[in-house]
Design a protein around this ligand. Structure first.
Ligand code: ATP
Ligand code: MN
Length: 350
């Protein structure tokens, strides 16, 4: 399974940790007498610091720590982003089991991929026992406070399941993850995404596109939760294999760089029970801090890559989305995948 992929461990000895006590702390009084003398302004400063680092009721520690040396992003900026983007992210997070990519030392340190509750609880997150047999509780992030709390606990990336905890055996979406051979031009990716959309439309399925925040695109097909995991995955596999059979020079449905040479890999494996995909509006733990951003199909041609938007440019995009949400119709779509649809793809695609 995709999620068995090993956690990234990119420890770098030469990169400074970037964690420094706030300069105001360095000026802390040395003696009790000095303390008394300076207390009014010191207290004011401390209050100002506390106000700055208390967000959505969560105390933010190491707020000034640089988490990405590339962009100079500090922890506080990430936390603040999750605070203000909560209204856009939460509809995609709420009630969905979430996997977390935690980077306690920033991108230059070791990162942890966490799929279940751990020894130390994450304040604000909801635990769901028994949904993943043989494992600790699954987690959901259902409130702005939980989202900020996760960021305080060094979570950078959020990956969600394709089902909600209320109906865990019946996925409510299928995801196609389009990964390019790095040597390919982005225009080929745009074309592959358009072809995927066209196939789905032929099958009567509306789909939605987002940048991954990394190298590629994610195409999401919302579903009414009716089919089970096996049927949803069989459909996704049949659709990906159909695309590969119709455009064998451009698209592959087989994992591994040797199959992907000069091609786009349409990955359907994210549709298994327990697999997850980076959430819409979530930040990626990669240099430059890309953000996964929903786009309208008519906007695809103007994109330049999977990390078209980053933490540095996301606010202007959120302002646009405020006027015209490219996924406005997402919640209104009622559609299902059936065994007949899958069989039709399997027999018609050859
Ligand atoms: P890109 O566009 O660059 O391919 P992506 O979001 O599509 O970005 P990855 O970040 O490579 O792809 O994630 C691939 C899949 O593996 C996701 O489904 C994710 O939930 C899962 N995953 C990511 N990191 C880990 C990890 N350290 N351990 C286990 N699974 C992981
Ligand atoms: Mn991908």
């Amino acid at each position: 399974m995709q999620d068995a992929r090993k956690a990234q461990t990119t420890k770098s000895a030469r990169t400074p940790r970037g964690e420094r006590a706030p300069t105001s702390d360095a000026a802390a009084p040395a003696s009790p007498a000095a303390s008394v003398r300076r207390s009014p302004s010191a207290a004011r400063r401390r209050r100002a610091d506390a106000a700055e680092s208390e967000i959505a009721g969560i105390r933010i520690t190491s707020a000034r720590r640089v988490i990405d040396a590339d962009s100079g992003t500090r922890k506080l900026e990430l936390v603040r982003y999750y605070e203000r983007a909560a209204r856009w992210i939460l509809p995609h997070l709420r009630a969905r089991p979430v996997s977390l990519v935690r980077a306690p030392r920033g991108l230059s340190g070791e990162m942890f991929f966490q799929r279940h509750s751990g020894r130390v609880p994450l304040p604000g997150l909801t635990e769901h026992e028994g949904l993943d047999p043989g494992h600790p509780a699954l987690l959901t992030i259902d409130t702005q406070r939980a989202l900020v709390s996760a960021a305080q606990m060094d979570v950078i990336e959020l990956h969600t399941w394709n089902a909600s905890v209320d109906d865990i055996e019946r996925p409510d979406r299928v995801v196609f993850d389009l990964d390019p051979d790095p040597a390919l031009g982005w225009d080929r990716m745009i074309e592959a995404a358009q072809r995927t959309r066209a196939l789905l439309a032929e099958l009567g399925l509306e789909s939605f596109c987002k940048t991954s925040g990394g190298k590629g695109l994610h195409i999401v097909v919302p579903l009414a939760p009716e089919a089970g995991w096996d049927d949803a995955k069989a459909f996704a596999r049949a659709a990906a294999q159909h695309l590969a059979s119709v455009w064998p020079t451009q698209i592959t449905a087989t994992m591994g760089p040797e199959h992907r040479k000069k091609k786009i890999f349409v990955d359907y494996l994210r549709n298994a029970r327990g697999a997850s995909t980076a959430v819409a509006y979530g930040v990626r733990a990669r240099p430059g801090m890309g953000v996964s951003v929903p786009i309208g199909w008519d906007e695809l041609e103007a994109t330049t890559g999977g990390a078209h938007w980053t933490l540095a440019t996301i606010d202007a995009r959120l302002a646009q989305i405020e006027h015209a949400d490219p996924w406005a119709a997402y919640g209104r779509v009622r559609q299902t995948v059936t065994a007949e649809l899958t069989i039709g793809l399997e027999t018609g695609g050859k």
